[in-house]
Design a binder for this molecule. Structure first.
Ligand code: FES
Length: 154
């Protein structure tokens, strides 16, 4: 997050009627209803809370829970923290990059898969850890990851 994003967030928190709670509550509601915050909704949100659109964008980019594009059908999260990285997560990243043609933090063009970095699942004893569609796997190697992904048919 850049300096200007922090400024926008502060401005959003300070000037929104009802404070940051009102803005966050609206953003959470839209996420729950649509799975993302469509860019077309920004002017409406800004108008409702008497904020600039930049302030709303600042808040969205500050919080990891918010996204402006629909989530991929299958979300792969690979732990990038120390224990997992030293025990094979780098190979998993390489495998995914080769198989899907995307890097951490992006999605395939058809939005079938996305790969998102996570910094510890609290599953370090079973490093490296991967979460796929909300299910946590431990001691994953490239072969296991291949089997899991091959089993996904849609
Ligand atoms: S370091 Fe990967 S789960 Fe903790």
């Amino acid at each position: 997050m850049g300096k200007s994003d922090k400024k926008s967030l502060k401005a959003a928190q300070g000037s929104a009627p009802g404070g940051a709670g009102a803005l966050l509550s609206i953003l959470h509601d839209i996420m729950a209803e649509s799975g993302c915050i469509p860019k077309e909704r920004i002017p409406e949100i800004a108008g409702k809370l008497n904020l600039s659109q930049a302030e709303v964008y600042g808040a969205i980019s500050f919080y990891r829970d918010f996204r402006m594009t629909p989530p991929a059908r299958h979300v792969i999260r690979v732990c990038q923290a120390e224990s997992c990285m030293s025990r094979g997560a780098k190979e998993l990243n390489s495998y995914l990059e080769t198989r899907l043609g995307i890097k951490q933090g992006s999605a395939t063009p058809d939005n079938r898969f996305s790969v998102e970095p996570v910094y510890c699942f609290g599953n370090c004893a079973a490093s490296p850890s991967v979460m796929i569609d909300g299910k946590l796997y431990g001691r994953v190697d490239a072969e296991t990851l291949k089997e899991i992904l091959d089993a996904i048919k849609d």
